[in-house]
Design a protein around this ligand. Structure first.
Ligand SMILES: C[S@@+](CC[C@H](N)C(=O)[O-])C[C@H]1O[C@@H](n2cnc3c(N)ncnc32)[C@H](O)[C@@H]1O
Length: 262
């Protein structure tokens, strides 16, 4: 995510996110300007009808994309505005039915306390840019612990987070986890060590790590960006040329595919 913190409890922030980003409903995405599932194949061994959860689902595109993979897909988000947008997305896709009630499918809850909300355990959990809005590493640990509690043994968890080296403060924070937002609108930049340690402590085996880099994002045209499932809307490229320099040198997104120990 770009460096600015977002206040997800505010309607304006959620609307601004929706106005900036155009996200595919056809292919599972793993972050802005990153190849999606058709290329990365992080879920290719997941059997049809497996239960999948998108944590911090935003506008719900990945719920639709998981459903298209023939998975039994759910989502959760802390923001009431995002929950409304996600339910609207599912409704637009004709996914609402008696056996597929949207209130049940998309729930408003916190990544740190959701396992008791769902009376099921998940085979697949995704979290795309949704676990960075914490004040400290303990809150992140709580979310990861809750996610593993809500998963079956052998299940897959894919975590996509901002790559610390692309944050403008990186030379100062020197790969230490640090709050780069504010206490009221937090945004946490994680050191790679803290993330890997947390995953391992929660019995998640890291199977793949992908570092996604996009060169000169401010100069990308809408057509070029459109090859990725998560890209900016036409005329809404949010990247300033200042960001190009960082992006030319460093990857912007870290994607971990992990498996819960059986
Ligand atoms: C950058 S958006 C990403 C949305 C979506 N995953 C996507 O890829 O478009 C971050 C989302 O995480 C949600 N979020 C932030 N903190 C959360 C938490 N503690 N629990 C659940 N959702 C959270 C926000 O409300 C927001 O919808």
């Amino acid at each position: 995510m770009p460096a600015l913190p977002y206040d997800w409890s505010a309607k304006e922030a959620c609307d601004a996110y929706e106005k900036t980003w155009e996200i595919s409903r056809r292919e599972v995405h793993y972050g802005w300007l990153s190849p999606g599932e058709n290329t990365l194949r992080l879920l290719e061994d997941v059997p049809e009808r497996s239960k999948a959860l998108d944590v911090g689902c935003g506008m719900g595109e990945n719920i639709v994309a998981l459903h298209r993979l023939k998975l039994d897909a759910y989502g959760l988000d802390l923001s009431s505005y995002m929950v409304r947008k996600a339910r609207r997305t599912l409704r637009e896709e004709g996914m609402e039915s008696k056996s597929y009630g949207l209130r049940k499918r998309v729930r408003q809850c916190d990544a740190r306390a959701f396992a008791s909300e769902f009376r099921t355990k998940f085979d697949v959990v995704l979290a795309v840019y949704s676990l960075e809005f914490f004040k400290d590493i303990q809150e992140f640990r709580k979310a990861i612990s809750e996610i593993t509690k809500g998963m079956v043994g052998g299940g897959t968890f894919v975590l996509c987070i901002s790559h610390p080296t692309t944050h403008p403060d990186y030379p100062r924070i020197k790969n230490e986890t640090e709050l780069v937002g504010t206490s009221s609108v937090p945004l946490l930049m994680y050191s790679i060590r803290d993330v890997v340690q947390t995953l391992c402590e929660e019995k998640l085996v890291v199977e793949r790590v992908i570092e996604q880099q996009t060169r000169r994002p401010s100069r990308l045209t809408y057509e070029e960006a459109g090859q990725f499932p998560y890209h900016f809307r036409e005329g809404k490229n949010p990247f300033s040329p200042l960001f190009d320099d960082l992006n030319d040198k460093n990857p912007h997104t870290l994607i971990y595919r992990t498996r819960k120990e059986s």
